[in-house]
Design a protein around this ligand. Structure first.
Ligand SMILES: [Zn+2]
Length: 265
């Protein structure tokens, strides 16, 4: 079962104004600093009271099951309903500047988590994750990414599928020629479907205008004005009576063969 694994969380609460606990906290900080972390991440994640509340309250010591289908470099979710969002190291801050330090860290299973993260690849553009052996290759192959209208050339390296840890995308290389041609093909396919949509929209407008003309001619031929008729905006049909009451004579004429769907207000 690669989609879940167990880790152990240990919490701490240290009153740093007491010499012994102050030293213990410094020792903990040293451990935090020497634990390998993804580049660019802080030593600890800090959670505010509102974040703690939104995440189901303070995290407690114990064994947690981690969902491995959606992992991030220093953050993961626990299984169960509701799952909790946990960090490799986290400090809960209730009052800034307080001498009381509360937090938690992964005390067992971090090596397993890192090994699993190495098997989980993510596209840096859409965020979709794949197991290494199920990945479509080294690059994202989703049409929504390759053909995305906002995808700029400088962002092409984001399409590379890289392990979620360390998640460092600073030193990525541009895509190889095969990926570039897939991007160009996907972009052209999107542009082509946009052009076809433009034609379809113009055709729909023309069809509406033709129906409107036919409806107006139908009314005028029977001695009525079309001023009290409004065409439905997105459907085939018409409203009568928006600008005033509809006469009994017109109602019976409409019922007798108006060529489109209609409603009387
Ligand atoms: Zn993607």
């Amino acid at each position: 079962m690669r989609d879940k694994l167990e880790i152990e969380i240990t919490t701490y609460e240290l009153h740093t104004s007491k010499p012994e606990e102050g030293r213990a906290y410094l020792e903990l900080c040293r451990k935090i600093r020497t634990t390998p972390k993804a580049p660019g991440f802080p030593f600890t994640f800090i959670t505010s009271p509102s974040q703690i509340k939104a995440n189901g309250g303070p995290v407690e010591s114990g064994v947690y099951e981690v969902e491995c289908d959606s992992m991030f470099a220093e953050q993961f979710n626990t299984a169960g309903d509701p799952g909790r969002r946990l960090f490799v190291w986290c400090e809960h801050v209730y009052n800034h500047g307080s001498a009381i330090k509360r937090g938690y860290y992964v005390s067992a299973g971090l090596d397993k988590l890192r090994a699993r993260q190495a098997q989980r690849l993510a596209c840096g553009y859409c965020g979709r994750q794949y197991w290494r052996d199920d990945a479509p290759g080294q690059w994202c192959a989703r049409a929504g990414c390759l053909g995305n209208e906002y995808l700029k050339e400088a962002e092409y390296p984001l399409l590379e599928l890289l392990p979620v840890y360390p998640g460092d995308r600073i030193r990525t290389t541009p895509p190889p020629a095969g990926v570039l041609s897939s991007i160009e093909a996907a972009q052209e396919k999107r542009r082509e479907s946009e052009r076809l949509r433009e034609v379809a929209a113009a055709e729909k407008e023309l069809e509406s205008a033709q129906q409107n003309l036919e409806a107006v001619r139908w009314l005028v031929a029977r001695g009525y004005s079309a001023k009290n008729m409004i065409q439905y905006s997105h459907r085939k049909g018409f409203y009568f009576g928006r600008n005033g009451p509809v006469s009994e004579a017109l109602l019976s004429h409409l019922a007798d063969g108006f060529p489109f769907e209609y409603r009387v207000e």
